[in-house]
Design a protein around this ligand. Structure first.
Ligand code: C2E
Ligand code: CA
Ligand code: CA
Ligand code: CA
Length: 276
C-alpha cells in the first residue's frame, strides 16, 4: 500500500540519517585523534614461504577512541581519505613505522622490510616525497628496507603526478607493492605501466584455494605472471597450514596471514618475533 511504501521510505531515510550522523561523529572524533594520542600502529609478520622465516612486517593503523571504542580501519580510513585527514595520519604511520624498523634494526640487527599503506589522497600532497626523505634521514633507515603498498585506487585517481611520484620513489630505492591484486579492473595494465616490484594477491583469492580449483588456478597464474615480470609475489590472508603448503608448492615467494601471526603492537611483535 501507499502507507506501507511511505513507512519503508521513512525507515530507510531514518537509517540513512543515522549512517550520516555516525560518519560525521567518526569524522569529528578523527580530527582530534592524533593530538589525543588515540592512534597506534600494529605490525603483522611477512614470511618467506620456502624457509618460513620472518622477512618483514606490514604496518597497520589502529584507532581507539573513548566515544566510539575501537574502530576498524576499513571504516575510518575511507572517511580520513575523503576529508583529507589521511594526509596527517598517513605521515604519522610513516614516521612510526620507519622509526620502529630503524630501532629494530639497530637493536636486533634484523634486515626487516617495513610495508606502509598509502592511499590516493596522500599523493595529492606535494609534501609527501620530501616527508618520506626526511623520515629516512631522521631515522637513518635505508630505502631498501621500506615498501609502500598502493591499490589500484591510487593509480585510477588520475592524478598526473602519480607517475612521477612512483618513479622517484623507485629511483630512491623504495619498493612499491600492488596491494589487493586481482580485485580491481585494470591491474594488468597497471602492472605494465608502473615500477612495481611486489604483487600482493588479495586474500579473497587465497581463502578457498584448497577447495576451489578455479581459485587455485588463478593464484597459480598470478604467481607465474608476477614472477615472469620480475616481481615478488605475496599471498595475503594465509590462515591454514593447507593453504600454506599449496602456496609453497606454487612457488609463491611470501605469505602474510593469521597462520603466521595477526597484527600486534610493537612490543608484542618484538617479544614474539625478534627476541629469541
Ligand atoms: P590491507 O592493506 O589489505 O591490509 C590487510 C588486512 O587484512 C588487515 O586488516 C589485516 O589485519 C587483515 N588480515 C591479515 N591477515 C589476515 C588473515 O589471515 N585473514 C583475514 N581475514 N584478514 C587478515 P586491517 O588491519 O583491518 O586493515 C584493513 C585495511 O585498512 C587495510 O587493508 C588497508 O587498506 C587499510 N589500512 C590499514 N592501515 C592503514 C594505513 O596506515 N594507511 C592506509 N592508507 N590504509 C590503511
Ligand atoms: Ca596493505
Ligand atoms: Ca591487501
Ligand atoms: Ca584491503
Amino acid at each position: 500500500s501507499k502507507e506501507q511504501g511511505r513507512n519503508t521510505y521513512n525507515f530507510y531515510t531514518a537509517r540513512m540519517n543515522e549512517d550520516v550522523a555516525h560518519r560525521l561523529l567518526i569524522e569529528e572524533q578523527l580530527r582530534g585523534a592524533l593530538s589525543r594520542n588515540e592512534l597506534s600502529v600494529h605490525y603483522q609478520p611477512l614470511v618467506a614461504l620456502d624457509s618460513r622465516s620472518l622477512v618483514g612486517a606490514e604496518a597497520l593503523l589502529r584507532w581507539n577512541n573513548p566515544v566510539l571504542g575501537s574502530i576498524s580501519p576499513e571504516e575510518f580510513i575511507p572517511i580520513a581519505e575523503k576529508t583529507g585527514i589521511i594526509v596527517s595520519i598517513g605521515r604519522f604511520v610513516l614516521q612510526k613505522a620507519l622509526q620502529q624498523n630503524a630501532d629494530w634494526k639497530r637493536r636486533y640487527n634484523t634486515p626487516l622490510r617495513i610495508a606502509v599503506n598509502l592511499s590516493p589522497r596522500q599523493f595529492r600532497d606535494d609534501g609527501l616525497l620530501p616527508y618520506i626523505k626526511q623520515v629516512l634521514d631522521e631515522t637513518g633507515l635505508s630505502p631498501e628496507h621500506v615498501e609502500l603498498e598502493i591499490t589500484e585506487g591510487v593509480l585510477m585517481s588520475g592524478h598526473t603526478l602519480i607517475d612521477q611520484a612512483l618513479e622517484s620513489l623507485n629511483k630512491m630505492g623504495i619498493g612499491i607493492s600492488m596491494d589487493d591484486f586481482g580485485t580491481g579492473y585494470s591491474s594488468l595494465s597497471y602492472l605494465r605501466s608502473y615500477p612495481f616490484d611486489t604483487l600482493k594477491v588479495d586474500k579473497s583469492f587465497i581463502q578457498d584455494i584448497t577447495v576451489d580449483p578455479a581459485d587455485l588456478e588463478l593464484v597459480g597464474a598470478a604467481v607465474a605472471m608476477g614472477q615472469g615480470l620480475g616481481l615478488k609475489v605475496i599471498a595475503e590472508g594465509v590462515e591454514t597450514e593447507a593453504q600454506y603448503q599449496l602456496l609453497a608448492t606454487l612457488g609463491c615467494d611470501y605469505g602474510q596471514g593469521y597462520l603466521f601471526g595477526k597484527p600486534v603492537d610493537a612490543e608484542i611483535f618484538e617479544t614474539t618475533y625478534l627476541r629469541h
